[in-house]
Design a protein around this ligand. Sequence first.
Ligand code: SF4
Length: 450
Amino acid sequence: MDRTDSTAMNHHDRIQAVREEFPDIPAEAVFKEDLLRLGVWFTGDALRAAEDYARKSYFIFSFDRRPLADLDRLPRRGAPEEIRFSGGREDLSPTVVSVRLNPESPWVVDVTEEGQTVLELDGVTMADRVEFAPIPPYYGGSTSDGASLIETAPSIEWGYLLYLTVFRMCQYFNKGEECRFCDINSNFKQQRDDGRTYNAVKPVERIVEALSLILESGAEPGAYTLTGGAVTSELQGKGELEFYLPYAEAIEKAHPGRWIGKMVVQALPEDQVRRIRDAGIQIYHPNYEIWDEKLFEKICPGKTRYVGRQEWIDRILAAAEIFPPQDVIPNFVAGVETAPPHGFATEEEAWASTGEGLEFFMSRGVIPRFTTWCPEPLSGLGREGAQPASLRYHVGLLRLWRDTHERHALPAPRGYGRPGRGHAVFSVSAFMDVIRSQPDAESLTETSPS
Ligand code: SF4
């Protein structure tokens, strides 16, 4: 299926072919998707240049193309959380990208003899300016129980989003039913083995205190995401909602409406979703991951067994009666629908399937969003040697998302910062970068729960 990833083609020809086929997708978005699916590498000089900036915090998954144990033999300490590239021959607009380390990537950040930090593809400069995300003012601090604020509440999306992974493991793994693209538990173990302080469960009080310290520091995030793995039996004697809800309640009690509160949990029954809304959460993410019925069962066996695909869909639609529909945002792992042995054999089939899912949800006002799949080596698919979907597929998918979104006249999703080329900060997919002249939903609406 991967005609543009043919080994006969060099990386520049491959990208050129995709750009010619999709001339309405900005070059910045094409490069961003390629950086996300293939990863990026840094020369020693580039790592030294990145020393005084926010470092990769491993906020939930590894999002690397190699295990830490392999990367340890290479200079990777100090790799930044995100880069923002711009300039170059095409005068690229500033584009924020999450860093996914891969020593074999054709994309490399280097420093020129003149001291300029640049982004290269196969040794050719594509962007002559690369910035690193600034260190948030609260990094280096800790809560009264000694927990570091970086680990407790890392900042991503160029400081826009506080990422609160309050449970760093997922109970789907207990029965080997984890989502096949996911490395959350393996990442937890490798971070611990690497000597990093990485807490499985973060107490509610610590999270609330951390947020107060963040406010005091002068940091100005716009949103927080409350997230972690699924709870299928009990965690600290509680089911999933009873475990996660107190965080939202405590945060919103201490800082009512201060940030756009987002919550990633399973698709829950209506009464439970109401409680999430009533706690003050504004965006609900019942992540759906993959549309096709058969692939959903293969890729998400835990979600299939504990909830079921149809029930998951029904619960998303029910949630869209409780929250404004556009504030129900299920994630799709873009590209995983092409993973062998069960994935689609052609890009056209995969577009048709995911396009059907986008149409289904967007025609009902629900706005799915993407995380670009990068096969992490410690995930189920990664262990089987899965390779990323083609760039052609990812760029075609961006066009499909944008066109479906425009056809239904939907607003830019809230809780992602500003949309559009040169503005977007969402760093793990370019879907926000390809939104064209939409009103800035966050400046126009103060959506309150209905
Ligand atoms: S629900 Fe799936 S994606 Fe989420 S943490 Fe568990 S296994 Fe990973």
